[in-house]
Ligand binder design. Sequence first.
Ligand code: F6P
Length: 330
Amino acid sequence: MGKGKNNIKKIAVFTSGGDAPGMNAAIRAVVRTAINYGTEVYGVIRGYDGLINGDFIKLDSKAVGGIIQRGGTILQSARSKEFRTKEGRQKAYNNLVSEGIDAVIAIGGDGTFTGANIFSQEFGIPTIGIPGTIDNDLFGSDATIGYDTAMNTVVDAIDKIKDTAGSHNRLFFVEVMGRDAGFIALNTGIATGAEAILIPEKVTYLEDLVITLKRNKRKGKNSAIIIVAEGDDSGGAYELASKVKEVDNSYSTRVSILGHMQRGGSPTLADRVLASQLGFYAVEALFLGHKGEMVGIINGKLAYTSMELAIKQNADISTELLRLARILSI
Ligand code: F6P
């Protein structure tokens, strides 16, 4: 690829929405790829709020040194209300123009791309999205940045909960994040040998769960882990635990909400490599004239998906994995 293709001389990069481990590795890749092609990069602080307030910092190669292994995001993040208004977006655009920025890279999830999509359509500024969210709920990439790390964090936590569940013959309801998607729950459930996995993509029947628990008891299983995705229709771990208690009060029950610990920590190897690839491809995508698209990796290969499709279409959850999980937990 030649230098400064498509006359792009200054790129703005920001992270927005829920942070995800690996976002720093993506920022690093964006900065160093752009610099390699003679293009300057400006980091925007606190996502869309920073665009609206004109909060930019120039990022050179050194500024992104020593961050590949760090969780969180050096650019910080926010969920901006003002950017949802036309006036807010106009302010953001004016700031980009006065900084001389001619392209934008947005790292985030659903909400981030919804904003980026409207913004690039309204003002025609070339914008590329990088999928960064622990939820893995975007169409157009086999995995999103942060998903692998979050799952490893969950597995580590549940392994520990299993130790104490076994010592006390307890039934644990463990709630994991994922917003409206059950990817984290399904995969961590398989990896920890959970007795049941409840996800939003599948209707939860209390009777079925109670039957499973009774069957386990008959087989001599004295403790159990039920993984509940936060978006499950049962209403979450606390509600489900109390519904089960109403039907069968014979268990010593505890609830554990893993919460925001799932968003922190040093990114795994998989997330660092994915983030490096996507940061690199996002810059090249701009130089190749792509706009309004998200870069992703599907079956090991670079894939472009319109941001509109990435947020509208549901990422497929594997029914095969669900079937397998049920059989392996008997
Ligand atoms: O999108 C990432 C995520 O952690 C979801 O899993 C969760 O529903 C949400 O963000 C929590 O948002 P907040 O950090 O604003 O409480």
